[in-house]
Write a protein that binds this ligand. Sequence first.
Ligand SMILES: Nc1ncnc2c1ncn2[C@@H]1O[C@H](COP(=O)(O)OP(=O)(O)O)[C@@H](O)[C@H]1O
Ligand SMILES: N[C@@H](CC(=O)OP(=O)(O)O)C(=O)O
Length: 433
Amino acid sequence: MQSSHPLRVYKFGGASVKDAAAIKNLQHILGQNPDGQPLLVVVSAMGKTTNALEHIFHLAHSGEDYSAPLAELRRFHLEVAQALLPDAQLNPDGVPACGEGSGALHHLLQELGDRLATLTKGEYDRQYDQVVSFGELLATCVVAAAVGAQWLDVRPLIRTDHSWREGRVDWATTERNLREQVLPMLQRGVVLTQGFLGGTASGQTTTLGREGSDYTAAILAYCLGAESVTIWKDVAGLLNADPKIFPDTVRYPEISYQETIEMAYYGASVIHPKTIKPLAVRRIPLYVKSFVDPAAEGTKIHDCKHGLLAPALIRKTDQCLISFESKDLTFISEENLEVIFGTLAQVRLKINLMQNSAISFSVCTDWHEYRLRKLLEQLREQFTIYYNTGLELYTIKNYTPEAISQLTQGRELLLEQRTRQTFQFVARASADK
Ligand SMILES: Nc1ncnc2c1ncn2[C@@H]1O[C@H](COP(=O)(O)OP(=O)(O)O)[C@@H](O)[C@H]1O
Ligand SMILES: N[C@@H](CC(=O)OP(=O)(O)O)C(=O)O
């Protein structure tokens, strides 16, 4: 039987499932959903589990001892499961009965241990995905059991290519899979699945890029024709700046897709940059709401026109400024730029800002020691290359003179750039700001 009610997609990130109390709060929020309205819930790994798994994976891949952090990760998940499911029977290995079949908690923990024990040398990124994905698998197993939702393994449904750690979605296959598998489940009640994960045609797990669960919510909403997506955060909505960094932030009650895409692109970490496009294409509104105060208004991101917005302040840390000079003091030409861009793409260094002068071309990128080393190896013969690390990139969108002076005061700017709407600069990281 088809429900006449349109689908809502909810996404809960790490902070909203960080412990048993947070998951009870999530259950309370689900309880507010109107009866009969189909609901698809996307959940990320609990708290900082993805960071912990990255660390464990790195140790295991390097042949170092990872037993203590793995034991801690297991203890944490068992403690949360026991607090939420006090009546669950314990398996002989002390794991509460939670979930079924290959999605059962004891099975997932066993599989994680087996995978870590059988890593091989090389293929770092492919094996990373097979291990780090357990954060979402474990979290959804526990949360689905606690709230009585149907657990869905998203990996066979969101089809990606083999771009490990940044899987690229095959939209046609994904849409077909999701419609076939998920629509019937939604008729039976709330469905709960993993953010951040996908899978290849050969059944290997991929991840969609760090913080990619927002993107998962958008993929599901796009493919299933949802009415809306709500991402539940520890902030009051989309603010003009990260309140952990900047004082006196203001909330945008509504904002366009375009403005939001730009903020995410420049580094506003509240929303994954890939999230907006699928929603904008199908005109699905995105609500950013506080899980601490679910009744509060939050922010509506949609197709809208608005007046002048408060300047958005964005900081990207861990930046590296790389400057290329031609060795014979000839001008930086299109041919030179083609080589530089090609190599940056090949070593996967993404350009956050660029500037050129007669004999020099500079780019600001995220700091990746290994990728930079590869870049230097390939271009050192052709160019003289200088680089600075430990930098920050600031962006002020819809800037005002006051906003510029507030941010630049007392800083040594290594590079600055201004367009009609955006002011950006690179400066050394300072402990006091
Ligand atoms: N413009 C912004 N508006 C609101 N929050 C922001 C903004 N920029 C950065 N943030 C940060 O984003 C955090 C929420 O996103 P995130 O930590 O990714 O949540 P989760 O992992 O739970 O989904 C906030 O706690 C806040 O520090
Ligand atoms: N757990 C993954 C994916 C994610 O999106 O998490 P969060 O929703 O907590 O940002 C990460 O930490 O990267």
